[in-house]
Every structure is written in C-alpha cells, then in structure tokens.
Design a protein around this ligand. Structure first.
Ligand code: SAH
Length: 226
C-alpha cells in the first residue's frame, strides 16, 4: 500500500511515521508513505497557497490551483483508489472504515489548513472525506496520521503476531478484555487465576465474557451495531 499525504507542513508528519510499528512497516516494504509538500506546487513567485475568501469573513482558504496541480501530478504517475480529504464534516472514521481502507492500493490524503480548501477541490478531486471526530483541529495532519496509523497496522505482516489486530477493540463490536503480564502478584494485586491456568478454552471464554461486560459498561452502543 502506498499513501501520499499532501500537506503544507510535512515536518508535522515526519515524527509519526519514523518510529515503532509504522517505521517497521515501511522498512519491511509493506507500506510506503510519501509526504508531498503542497508549496512545491504554488503557482506564483511568493509560493502562496492560500488566499482571502470570496465574500469576506475571517480566515484564509487553500487555493484550488496548487492542489489541482499537485493531485494531477500524482495521478499522472500512478493510479489512486481514493483521494481523501480530512475534514470535520466528513464521514466519521471508525474500525470498519480502517478495515476497508487497508484493502486498497494507492491512496492520496489531503490535509487542510486555515478555513479549509476551496470547495471546487472537494467537488472535482475528492472521492472520500473523513473526520476523526466532532471537534476542530488546526490542520489535517494529525488526523491523517491517525487514519494512516489505523490502516497500516492492519496490513498483513505489519504486526508481529498476525492475530493481534483481530483481538483488538471494535473488530467484533466489542472492546478488548483486560490484559496482564508478569509478575502474577504485585503488592497484593493478583492476576486472575484463569489466565495462569493454562486452560486455553477457559481463557478464551473468560476473555469473551470480560469483553462483553466491558462493552456493556463502557460502550453499550456498540452492541446494537450490525
Ligand atoms: N472551517 C472548517 C475547519 C477547518 S480546520 C470547518 O469549520 O469545518 C482546518 C483543517 O483541519 C481542515 O481543513 C481539515 O483538513 C482539518 N481538520 C480539522 N478538524 C478535523 C477533524 N475533526 N477530522 C479531520 N480533519 C480535521
């Protein structure tokens, strides 16, 4: 999978992709992340990429022309399955959407800034708009990092234990059960006996029951989902 992220601030995204699991995924050749600096596609000598909104009002708008040039340049080099715009009014990101995106080939993710992008970009280039939650960020970069992280960790071979992503929260509309590691007793806080029993079927049963219990307590809405 290849993800091209179009941004005014590539440096904001360098950190998230150069450590831990996302770094390893790239080193193993399972994911390619390219940070595309939109300023390279500015059309005037001042390298402006934003301008005042028609009709007046506060804030700047990211101009259509540099974005159009950038997306068309990328598309002339390869095909993309989605051109995504990160936006607070987009479709709410969740695990099923991450699962779907993880099956795609090449993706473009456009990060907005200021008041957002000229509407003509959304009308003519964008195939999917994603929000990571009902709050407003200052830019799309952190949101794009969230989406890319959630998607890349699902690619086969990225996580060491292949089954690990499947046992995470939301994959079966349940949150994850509690987890423990050594020591079996710390102060007088004990790990549940069943986890030390070595009895695989009982352990699975316990984990499932704990997941259901937690979901009822914390996220009852998940139990009504398809
Ligand atoms: N004026 C816009 C907000 C712009 S915020 C509005 O009210 O809808 C600037 C940029 O940050 C947006 O273009 C978008 O790319 C990004 N952004 C902000 N909040 C976001 C969210 N919840 N999810 C995804 N992207 C978001």
């Amino acid at each position: 999978m290849r993800i091209d992220i179009i941004t005014l601030h590539p440096a904001l995204l360098e950190g998230p992709f150069s450590h831990s699991i996302l770094k390893r995924a790239q080193e193993k050749g399972l994911a390619e992340i390219h940070l595309i600096d939109l300023r390279n596609y500015a059309t005037n000598k001042h390298k402006n990429v934003d301008d005042y909104p028609y009709g007046g009002g506060a804030g700047m708008v990211m101009m259509v022309e540099p974005i159009a040039n950038c997306i068309e340049d990328l598309k002339s080099q390869r095909d993309y399955e989605e051109v995504i715009y990160m936006s607070p009014d987009g479709e709410l990101f969740d695990q099923p959407m991450a699962n779907q995106l993880s099956l795609k080939g090449n993706l473009i993710i456009l990060c907005g800034h200021y008041k957002g992008v000229d509407e003509r970009v959304r009308e003519h280039f964008i195939t999917k708009e994603i929000s990571i939650g009902d709050y407003v960020l200052s830019g799309g970069e952190l949101a794009a990092a969230v989406v890319a992280d959630a998607v890349i960790r699902l690619l086969p071979g990225v996580l060491n234990d292949e089954t690990s992503a499947l046992s995470d929260s939301f994959q079966d509309n349940l949150v994850a059960p509690p987890v423990y590691s050594r020591p079996a007793e710390f102060r007088d806080w004990k790990v549940p006996d069943v986890l030390l029993s070595g009895h695989e079927a009982n352990i699975q049963q316990w984990r499932y029951e704990e997941s259901v219990k937690r979901t009822k307590e914390r996220r009852p809405g998940l139990l009504d989902k398809e």
